[in-house]
Design a protein around this ligand. Structure first.
Ligand code: UD1
Length: 417
């Protein structure tokens, strides 16, 4: 089992270049299944979830090749619309292949997706929306069979919750449907905008991405393109918290402040100085952070749930008490027990966590509970006194390109063992 060993209490300083966004590249890789010609994805991050998406594409008959420029995907030879259960379980994003496959082949067969355990993660909103577009979906022995023998037909879809994945699935299915599809109460995350820009680059007609109303006019065909994946805003948040918790200073080349404004406001309240620079974000911190006003996770542009664990690790050493309210996922506090092993004082009740800042964390043996929870432990380990050993590193590798290299570049004493 892979582990990370961190000798903490070193001030993290320096510059990092941002990786491409995991939550953007995965739906874009699914989108490639919709397109009958070659695509080049630049700034494609080297993540285990990206390899999982490539495995799924390959299993469908597509060709995926990593070159020095990025990831080349050619789905012209796509020959299957069925994804096996072991491949579906590799990650949550496997469900986004549904929209692409039904759009391209008029049918698909999948099982329920895997992914981080953050509480129940149903796909009812995805299925309801695809049914509204005319798909017939039946479930037998855990396999979902979707069919649209007469093709999909654009319609008005009002989402009960602005689900990121469901918005992406609808966008993919609607690209080549007959007529216009309008999504109201759509997710507004920057990754939705990235997906729309990619699809429009391939000839789709999508307007309003980034707003609550997205309109997609069906086109008869899509073509290949070259596209550069947006920078990863959650990785940016991770390195900002890591530098801030050690009183450090960091420049993130390529990071976009507009993608994480709510998060940046929180860090500013804690005492960090943060500036948007010509080519990224600069942060400097000095001494112990101050506790901040309650952090409530919300759909974009609210505070991102993916940065909740990261901010909690940081606030665990703040002067004062910070309240966290997790409004997106039911069970996203699994990092709390691990932070407690390092001396953090955190009480949870339901979706609320009360973090009473301590002066110092102390290194301990801990286990990454999920991707962002694991990253939060890296932040805590960098700030803590003494040695921290983090196991379950495979979960962290789902979303970070060798996190130990990035942290080492900033001056952390961290090794993979
Ligand atoms: C995406 C992100 C994930 C992030 C999340 C919220 C990717 C690969 N993952 O996940 O990192 O934490 O957005 O910003 O982009 N829900 C339902 N029924 C559905 C769909 C969702 O009840 O059919 C619920 C979920 O259980 C959850 C909430 O809605 O409680 C948010 O889910 P959603 O926005 O769909 O997140 P994902 O797309 O899974």
């Amino acid at each position: 089992m892979l582990k990370l060993k961190i000798e903490g209490s070193r001030r993290l300083c320096g510059e990092l270049e941002m990786q491409g966004a995991k939550n953007s590249v995965l739906p874009i890789m699914s989108a490639c299944a919709l397109i009958d010609s070659k695509i080049l994805l630049k700034r494609c991050p080297k993540l285990s979830d990206v390899y999982a998406a490539a495995q799924i594409l390959t299993s469908l008959g597509c060709r995926c090749k990593r070159t020095h420029e990025g990831m080349e995907i050619d789905a012209s030879a796509l020959e299957s619309s069925a994804i096996s259960d072991p491949l579906m379980r590799l990650m949550r994003s496997s469900v986004i292949f549904m929209g692409a496959l039904i759009g391209r082949c008029g049918e698909c067969s999948i099982t329920y997706p895997g992914g981080c355990e953050l509480g129940p993660r149903p796909i009812d909103i995805h299925l309801d929306a695809l049914r509204q577009l005319g798909a017939q979906i039946t479930e037998r022995h855990g396999t979902l069979v979707c069919k649209a023998p007469k093709g999909l037909k654009g319609t008005l879809i009002n989402l009960s919750f602005p689900s990121v994945g469901a918005t992406e699935n609808i966008m993919l299915a609607a690209c080549t449907a007959q007529g216009e599809t309008v999504i109201s109460n759509a997710a507004r995350e920057p990754e939705i905008v990235d997906l729309a820009e990619f699809l429009n680059g391939c000839g789709a007609s999508i307007k309003g991405a980034g707003e609550a109303r997205i309109a997609i006019k069906g086109v008869t065909s899509l073509h290949g393109c070259e596209y550069t994946i947006m920078p990863d805003r959650i990785a940016a948040a991770t390195f900002m918290c890591a530098a801030a918790s050690t009183g450090g200073e960091i420049s993130l080349k390529g990071a976009r402040a507009r993608d994480i404004e709510a998060f940046i406001n929180t860090l500013r309240q804690s005492g960090c100085k943060i500036y948007e620079t010509e080519n990224g974000i600069y942060l400097s911190a000095n001494g112990r952070p101050k506790a901040v006003r309650p952090i409530r996770t919300q759909p974009f542009p609210g505070f991102p749930t993916d940065a909740q664990a990261l901010a909690m690790a940081y606030m665990s050493i703040a002067d004062g008490t910070t309240i966290f309210i997790e409004d997106i996922f039911e069970n996203r506090f699994r990092h709390v027990d691990e932070l407690a092993r390092m001396g953090a004082q955190i009480k949870t009740e339901g979706r609320v966590a009360v973090v009473s800042g301590v002066k110092r964390l102390s290194g301990a043996s801990v286990k990454a509970p999920d991707l962002r929870g694991g990253a939060a432990l890296c932040i805590a380990g960098c700030a803590a006194e003494g040695e921290t050993i983090i196991s379950n590193v495979e979960l962290i590798d789902r979303g970070y390109e060798e996190i130990e290299n990035s942290l080492s570049l900033l001056g952390a004493a961290i090794k993979r063992i």
